[in-house]
Design a protein around this ligand. Structure first.
Ligand code: GDP
Length: 444
């Protein structure tokens, strides 16, 4: 999902992030590249234009250019513009009506409508404990009703018994009647698909809608059809009051143009995306998370927020001064470790830091654990103040004492010292490259 856009944008931002100062030209140049990246991802042209205009206006503002971390600010602006384009809030299904709540599924043939009906039904019943009844209103395609019955069995969701020859509106009425009698919370109506948006289809949908008064009317479209998917959605929403869109086959869509343009062009939120043929291949669509994923930066926004909470401003400034001088002793390392713990541990942090996805996988697999933070803290705690500020004092005898005092092995102590050496080495290098500003830019 969004792989190529993500790659392109990380290239653009890599050039901005590591720098301490940006000119208006730098920012405009970067925005031109963002524009090309969006167009290559097949985002609708008017949507791209509006996006770039808004983002550029914010990004060339003096607040950004004069800030300590201009590159990071620009990324944040693009992030926020993406979220806005995708539709701000995550939109859940709104089923708070007197039961049974009706969910009407509409879409073209082959879009994945029947599969998606079963996926949503399964999700509602398995995750939310809702009692769901599915009914197929597709009387045109011979095996459509049977297909839904088979999927119902796989999903462990009830389907309305098939009555041959019954017409869609009557099936809808019968489904509602059964649901009321048997205490179902939700009725999912899988309407017939067509090859094109035609009048007969629209008339049928309107009649079913009038007879069943749906709480949600979800359009299912195939993301692989790109801007066609968006046009289909626009056509449908002119005819029936859609409450949301489900984009299928996102597992095969590396560009993401339909997903990116849908909200802006149709005004309708994407509620779910289909991510596979199996019945659990369905994800809720969260604009914030999607934007984070696209920018390959985990959740930078919550990282910045958490960092602000966890790091005391004075500490941060004192630390910055030390970095700037290239001093970094074990006391500083200890402070860093504490802050990491405050921010939710290594695993949580790694997921939020740009470019750390791989590191996170390693951490999640147990290679680095949060227990390690506690142990490192214990080792430093067993050192004398002199040792902490002058790690070179730590020769064999002292190491043995520290290992005993903190319940670890001498190898563990060596590892800690090696890590400290690596970190102070990295800081010295960083200082040569552009100092604290570059460092802050990288850290957010
Ligand atoms: P309908 O004609 O709109 O009801 O479409 P179906 O539900 O019968 O789906 C058509 C095909 O698309 C089936 O082979 C599904 O397994 C497949 N399909 C549906 N959703 C997805 C999805 O999100 N990802 C993938 N890879 N395949 C899907």
């Amino acid at each position: 999902m969004f792989d190529s856009l993500s790659d392109r944008l990380s290239g653009v931002f890599a050039g901005l992030r590591g720098r301490g100062a940006l000119s208006e030209n730098d920012v405009r140049g970067a925005m031109r590249e963002v524009r090309i990246a969006l167009l290559e991802a097949d985002v609708a042209l008017p949507v791209v234009r509006e996006f770039i205009d808004k983002a550029t206006e914010k990004a060339v503002g003096q607040d950004v250019l004069r800030s300590v971390t201009p590159g990071q600010q620009v990324v944040k602006i693009v992030h926020d513009a993406l979220v806005e384009m995708l539709g701000s809030d995550a939109s859940d299904l709104e089923l708070n009506v007197t039961p049974p709540a009706v969910v009407m599924m509409v879409g073209l043939q082959g879009s994945g409508k029947t599969t998606t009906t079963a996926k949503i039904a399964k999700r509602l019943s398995a995750r939310e404990g809702k009692k769901v009844l599915m009914a197929s209103l597709d009387v045109n395609r011979p095996a459509a009703q049977e297909q839904l019955a088979v999927l119902g069995e796989q999903a462990g969701v009830a389907t309305l018994p098939i009555v041959q020859g019954q017409q869609p509106v009557d099936i809808a009425r019968r489904a509602l009647q059964s649901a009321k009698l048997q205490g179902f919370d939700v009725v999912m109506l899988d309407t017939a698909g067509r090859l094109h948006v035609d009048q007969a289809l629209m008339d049928e949908m309107r009649a079913v809608s009038a007879a069943s008064n749906p709480a949600e009317t979800l359009l299912v479209v195939d993301s692989l059809t790109g801007q066609d998917a968006v046009n289909v959605a626009k056509n449908f929403s002119d005819q029936v009051p859609l409450t949301g869109v489900v984009l299928t086959r996102m597992d095969g869509d590396a560009r993401g143009g339909a997903a990116l343009s849908m909200r802006a062009v149709t005004g309708k939120p994407i509620k779910f995306v289909g991510t596979g043929e199996k019945l659990d291949g369905l994800e809720a669509f969260h604009p914030e998370r999607v934007a984070g994923r696209i920018l390959g930066m985990g959740d930078v926004v919550s990282l910045v927020e958490r960092a602000a909470e966890a790091v005391n401003q004075e500490d941060a400034e004192a630390m910055a001064a030390k970095f700037a001088k290239g001093q970094f002793d074990l006391n500083d390392l200890r402070n860093q470790l504490k802050q990491m713990q405050n921010m939710g541990g290594l695993g949580a942090l790694a997921g939020m830091i740009p470019g750390m996805k791989q590191a996170q996988a390693a951490m999640a697999s147990g290679a680095v654990e949060d227990r390690l933070l506690v142990r490192m803290d214990a080792m430093i705690g067993s050192m004398t103040p002199k040792e902490r500020s002058k790690p070179e004092l730590l020769q064999a005898k002292r190491k043995i004492r520290i290992a005993k005092g903190s319940g670890v092995t001498v190898q563990d102590v060596n590892k800690l010292l090696k890590m400290h050496q690596d970190m102070s080495g990295a800081m010295k290098k960083l200082r040569k490259m552009g100092g604290i500003k570059a460092m802050m830019a990288m850290m957010g």
